[in-house]
Design a protein around this ligand. Sequence first.
Ligand code: GLA
Length: 386
Amino acid sequence: MELKNLIDEFIEIYGEGEYRKFFSPGRVNLIGEHIDYNGGYVFPCALEYGTYAIVRERQDNILNLASTNFDLKVTSNIDNIEYLEEDDWGNYAKGIVKIMKDKGYNVGGLDILVSGNIPNGAGLSSSASLELLVAVIVNEIFNNGEIDRVELVKIGQNCENNFVGVNCGIMDQFAIGMGKEKKGILLDCNTLQYKYADVNLKEYTLVIMNSNKRRALNESKYNERRAECEEALSILKKYKNIENLCDLSTEDFVELQHFIENETVRKRAKHAVFENDRVKESFEYLNKGKVEAFGELLTQSHNSLRDLYEVTGKELDTIVAESLKVEGCIGSRMTGAGFGGCAIALVLTSKVEEFTDIVKKNYTELIGYAPDFYFSGIGDGTHEMI
Ligand code: GLA
């Protein structure tokens, strides 16, 4: 939706007067999957797709939420916010306001209209995008923009974990809150130290492929994987002084793996340790302009998520396999939590059109419905639009 139309709609809902405009991106993870909660490195970036908001401060304590994506409008009193199933998407915004208030930050009444162009359920973090959007709005409008950005990121994760009830790591909120145009973020999820890295893909383009399989059942599987990793960690801690699975080098792991008797748990841990290694290598390769080598690591990451971590599924495996068959594609993997949603592929820019045609045709034949393709540059993190 055009920004102008969004402003018109805002005025239609809330009446004439002043307003401010905000934007919060979605994210894609280049590599480092399912290791943020294992203290590993991840390498995500913010997208140009995202969520817009038109906002006006109110003189009372009412939080009004409307969206162009959903019919449901939500109203709450900020002195009395609780999670309500029927408030659906509004809970992400409500949770942020409640947590910020409970932490002692200034909050107040707001009229908000949001509009997102991140496809829902595609694994590009539309919910984290909304969380950071509201956190930045409250920071700018009521706190003079003085709250530290990483603190806002943590508030986003806190909202997801403790208000919405999804036990996610910090990667999505960090990528969205801290994103920078044209840069990937190499984030150490253990210390939260980070570096920006140029993502110069030379003659290649990053293609985002939506399998259009919605991520059903993924919360329970996500929590199951987390529990399996915790089990592996508690065993390995007896033999090595570590705090997180990703503190282990691949050599350490090979030496210690026999202590994990359960094969499934051993596989999960192996993925975490080797994926962490691939992230560090990817960063080096990209720095040196070795895009082909980076592409190979993407494919290795997918294979590990398929065979060891088992979070891919038929649709993601098909789209990745079909993409790798096309000339000019040098790497492909699922991205995000898995079980559906998106994959990414690195494709020769001159072959991209052919690539999407072929993958679309073959995927549709095999799965029964078509995928979508997105081309997004790497954008800035959540910000006020001036
Ligand atoms: C989801 C979670 C993230 C991360 C990824 C997997 O996106 O929200 O914290 O664990 O899955 O890498």
